[in-house]
Design a protein around this ligand. Structure first.
Ligand SMILES: NC(=O)c1ccc[n+]([C@@H]2O[C@H](COP(=O)([O-])OP(=O)(O)OC[C@H]3O[C@@H](n4cnc5c(N)ncnc54)[C@H](O)[C@@H]3O)[C@@H](O)[C@H]2O)c1
Length: 186
């Protein structure tokens, strides 16, 4: 294990599989303590076991990122388990494709909920924690380094046939990220 991120607290949504799992394992390998998440316990707990077997630390906060109240639960898990929040990765998601004339309101709403509203709520819940921790770091003369990663898609930047819902949500997260960089960049 490397020491590069030793002691840092990293939250990765949708980290039971795929890209989220790979990011969680990479961060843990660099010394970060992980808050994992997935829809169900099983994949998140399997990644937790992998991290612990490598000598790292991880807890899981399972459930849908789109659930009411989830954002506070997720941020509360990071502060409750590890007392901090340094890296926040909004990764959880899936696709539910159809051409526009066949796309239901449910398909549209599901993509906006998971890829745009959930990251918004998680970042809103994180703000008081990030502010307090960053202020404490600055007052103690520590270099303040915190990171937000919002996962978009080529579909959000260039569009993709059959994915007006997903493309709109992934374009939306790009706009959210640019606006938040102006709010939090300093
Ligand atoms: N795979 C690609 O080619 C690709 C390309 C561009 C962007 N992305 C984006 O990358 C991210 C990860 O994709 P992936 O390819 O690793 O997918 P994946 O399906 O392999 O993994 C996504 C994980 O997120 C979980 N998840 C889905 N909905 C959730 C919810 N509501 N709450 C909590 N967890 C949830 C799934 O159970 C799964 O374990 C997504 O945001 C996706 O849109 C993927």
């Amino acid at each position: 294990m490397s020491e590069k991120l030793r002691g840092k607290v990293a939250v990765v949504t949708g980290s039971g599989r795929g890209i989220g799992r790979a990011m969680a394992l990479k961060l843990a390998g660099e010394g970060a303590r992980l808050v994992l998440n997935d829809l169900d316990d099983e994949p998140a707990m399997a990644v937790r076991e992998e991290i612990i077997a490598l000598g790292g630390e991880a807890v899981a906060c399972c459930g849908s990122v789109a659930e009411a109240g989830f954002a506070d639960r997720l941020i509360g898990t990071a502060t409750g388990a590890f007392g901090g929040l340094d890296i926040l990765i909004n990764n959880a998601g899936y696709t539910w494709d159809n051409v526009i004339q066949k796309m239901s309101d449910a398909q549209w709403d599901a993509m906006i909920d998971v890829h745009l509203t959930a990251p918004f709520r998680i970042l809103r819940a994180a703000q008081p924690v990030v502010r307090a921790l960053s202020r404490a770091d600055a007052e103690a003369g520590r270099r303040v380094v915190r990171k937000v990663v919002n996962v978009s898609s080529v579909s959000g930047v260039f569009g993709n046939a059959g994915q007006v819902n997903y493309s709109a949500a992934k374009a939306g997260i790009v706009g959210l990220t640019m606006a938040l960089a102006k709010e939090w960049g300093a």
